[in-house]
Write a protein that binds this ligand. Structure first.
Ligand SMILES: NC(=O)c1ccc[n+]([C@@H]2O[C@H](COP(=O)([O-])OP(=O)(O)OC[C@H]3O[C@@H](n4cnc5c(N)ncnc54)[C@H](O)[C@@H]3O)[C@@H](O)[C@H]2O)c1
Ligand SMILES: [Zn+2]
Length: 386
């Protein structure tokens, strides 16, 4: 009875670029992504909303790609995005068939321009057609530029579960074009910065201090600071994925999911009326206050975090936190059990031991969580003058 175990090492290059007006003729960022001397085809998926907001984009893109000798642009498709695009059962084939129709092989490219949901759908198509073709993401929301766009996952919702059907796949490249940030509604643009606050808290205390110093400018969406925040956040996320030792999430430790156990539950409880950004803000406030009540953070450190969230006009409370189950337990707290199931075994929640550093915790005190939620409720009501 022989047994053979082989370790299969595979290295991926994660190419992340930051720019403005990626398709202006003088900008070489996209051009330089192509292998020189090798002819290739490109199919472009553009979210309909982006096409509407940037009516000249298709022409700019066509002119840009046609000027590159090795590249043949085969088609620019328009498809709807937003969370609904992750629910439709026809999405997989709608995503894959243009790859077949345009004869995109493993040395050709799928360009995808849109928000995080659209990137997820097209990413799944690109990861499965031909068992994976090259995907170049152009994220267009703050949240997708500062967080999910540099991630190595894709997925659609299925069987009533978010991201149930999907895969881990490192994109060929991610081009964060800051041009796209400015057509978002202001609250959405600002809201995406919650992932920058989150990653600063778990990875980089200096970045958190920088966000504290620049809270007013960030709230006002001043371009220079907004773009710096997006870039620093994206790099911290990518660095963790590349160097953190668990890019495909086989273990239970998920530092980038700080504040997310309750956020996921709140999104679900509100049927996604509460946006991911708002839900994460409440989740970060809760776990930060919990860390201070348990003595890992000082009350002053906790206050600084809440002040940044409030300074960015992000919520620290939502009425859905008061929803209770038959036993009178806050339903959001049931999110802990669901998070444990999602991890597939042991509950692991990241807690802060300082502003910029976290540690894994395996048990939370429900009474203390309740106390924190009551306190956040009072603070939020006081701020609103209720
Ligand atoms: N793959 C991952 O690692 C990962 C990680 C985190 C989140 N996600 C997913 O990302 C999705 C959320 O992404 P999102 O926050 O970008 O939201 P989104 O993609 O749903 O976009 C939100 C809205 O903004 C519009 N929009 C997009 N770009 C715009 C622009 N430049 N100006 C104006 N409007 C614009 C969209 O049409 C949509 O209506 C969720 O489905 C989430 O599951 C994926
Ligand atoms: Zn998130």
């Amino acid at each position: 009875m022989a047994q053979h175990n082989f370790d299969i090492p595979v290295t991926f290059r994660h190419r992340i670029r930051f720019t403005k007006d990626a398709f202006s003729p003088a900008n070489a960022i996209v051009k330089d992504l192509f292998e020189s001397g090798r002819s290739c085809r490109v199919v472009v998926y553009m979210e309909s909303e982006i096409s509407r907001l940037f009516p000249t984009l298709k022409d700019e893109l066509t002119t840009y790609l046609e000027a590159i000798e090795e590249v043949t642009l085969t088609e620019i498709l328009e498809m709807p995005g937003g969370e609904v695009c992750k629910i439709s059962k026809t999405q997989i084939m709608d995503g894959i068939s243009p790859i077949e129709r345009n004869k995109i092989d493993r040395h050709s490219y799928v360009f995808c321009i849109g928000g995080g949901a659209f990137l997820d759908v097209v990413g799944l198509a690109a990861a499965t057609a031909h068992r994976g073709v090259r995907l170049v993401r152009f994220p267009t929301t703050t949240l997708s530029q500062d967080d999910s766009g540099v991630g190595v996952k894709n997925g659609i919702n299925g069987f009533g579960k978010k991201n149930f059907i999907g895969s881990f796949a490192v994109p060929y490249a991610v081009v964060n074009d800051f041009r796209f940030l400015y057509t978002q509604p202001e609250d959405v643009c600002r809201g995406g910065l919650v992932e920058a606050v989150k990653v600063a808290l778990v990875k980089d205390g200096e970045f958190f201090e920088w966000m504290e110093e620049h809270t007013d400018a960030l709230r006002a969406l001043e371009p220079e600071v907004l773009e710096e925040a997006v870039e620093r956040s994206a790099v911290l996320h990518a660095k963790h994925i590349a160097l953190g030792g668990d890019p495909f999430e086989t273990g239970s430790s998920r530092p980038l999911d700080y504040g997310h156990w309750s956020a996921h539950k709140l999104e679900q409880l509100t049927d996604f009326a509460l946006s991911h950004a708002e839900a994460v803000s409440v989740g970060v406030a809760l776990d930060t206050l919990y860390a201070s009540k348990q003595g890992w953070l000082t009350a002053e450190e906790c206050e600084r975090v809440l002040a940044v969230l409030e300074g960015l006009l992000l919520p620290i409370w939502h009425e859905s936190v008061d929803l209770r189950d038959d036993q009178g337990r806050r339903r959001v707290i049931n999110g802990l059990e669901e998070f444990r199931e999602h991890l597939g075994g042991r509950l692991t929640v990241l807690m802060l031991k300082s502003l910029g550093e976290g540690f894994d915790l395996h048990e939370l005190d429900e009474d203390c969580l309740d106390e924190c939620l009551e306190e956040l409720k009072k603070r939020s009501a006081a701020a609103l003058g209720v």
